[in-house]
Design a protein around this ligand. Sequence first.
Ligand SMILES: [Fe+2]
Length: 452
Amino acid sequence: MRYLIILLCFLYQCFGEGTVPDQVHLSFTGDMTEMAVVWNTFAEASQDVYYKKIGIGASSTAKGSSEAWVYGGITRYRHKATMTGLDYSSEYEYTIASRTFSFKTLSNNPQSYKVCVFGDLGYWHGNSTESIIKHGLAGDFDFIVHLGDIAYDLHTNNGQVGDSYLNVFEPLISKMPYMVIAGNHEDDYQNFTNYQKRFSVPDNGHNDNQFYSFDLGPVHWVGVSTENYGYYYSYGMDPVMTQYDWLKRDLTTANSNRAATPWIFTFQHRPFYCSNVNSAECQSFENRLVRTGWLDMPGLEPLFLQNSVDFGFWGHEHSYERFYPVADRTYWNDPNAYVNPKAPVYLISGSAGCHTPDAWFSDQPWPWSAARNNDYGWSIVTIANRTHVRVEQISIDKNEQTVDDFWVIKDEGYTHSGEMRRASSGTKFPAQKCHFKDVACQRSLKEINEEL
Ligand SMILES: [Fe+2]
């Protein structure tokens, strides 16, 4: 402890109180010859990033920009810089003020890589934190996708929980991109200020971190906000429609670019489907809005089907659940369902570590639910090549055993839209009862009964 105090005193004397960068983390910009870095200080500081290939060449400078923001009476300074002109398959070091970090770039248009995917991870209940950091530092994946609900909450205790969470993860996320999407816990009653100020994402969406996309090798990755829907009564319809119009254009373009990028993966916080019964979330109005829409508010599932989205990753439910290919409640559960799937394949990985107990499953889960697990854990998604993708679910409760492991395989050039139009239908789920106040459920039920 004494040495720590001496070190802190040294840092403060040398660099001024509050100007030592912390919470340093990387993110993709969409241009794979670049890397964005975001960090925080508690005092005004003009800081640039000096970076160079390790062992080779002169140092380059990435000009940092800074912006003061206030939450809970604490003034923080968000800093961002973009390192450009990076070579592929190279190791770089970068220095901000007194601190030096390093990272590796991926190969040019990598056809194979691994991604750590999880949602719903807290600072105080970070059951998977140690495991994720250990495996990330060991090189078991190349970047991270966090499916929302970050730190529980970024804004708790005047934002100091967010500070602590990002500092705990700094050894890992200063070395590899940390790609995020907002969950319901990111609303801080100031229009997601903590979420928007603490992260950086590719700016091809709306520049508020709520939605964006990027291509990496054979996958077009799309981050989608479900919180535009969940908080429409606070922030209005405009965010929903702005995202919807952008997403329609983005998916249409991606779907016409399959020769170069055969897979389309989406990631978002709230699920379209789930089988949990610990709360009413799987039937709640806000969650159903995301899939089906309401009145003039369009839902997302039709866009996914029209543009043959291959995969969707979700959080929000504090459990793991894998689904058979499913399209508007029609599903295919034959033994080869994951070979040339006739609809998107969805997955909930929201069990990384949260503030609530297990998310119990119904004794009679939906028939399109293929596998369920209530252990704490996280997922590794392996992009093997243009035709093969693997998902493994790692259990923290079972000493990092793999508790689910499956492949999705599709032929070169295959997309499911044409197949769905031709397909005799899969199996439709049986009629159910709705709560008398759940108008969206009743509307869906009416549609289903008319189809049956
Ligand atoms: Fe959530």
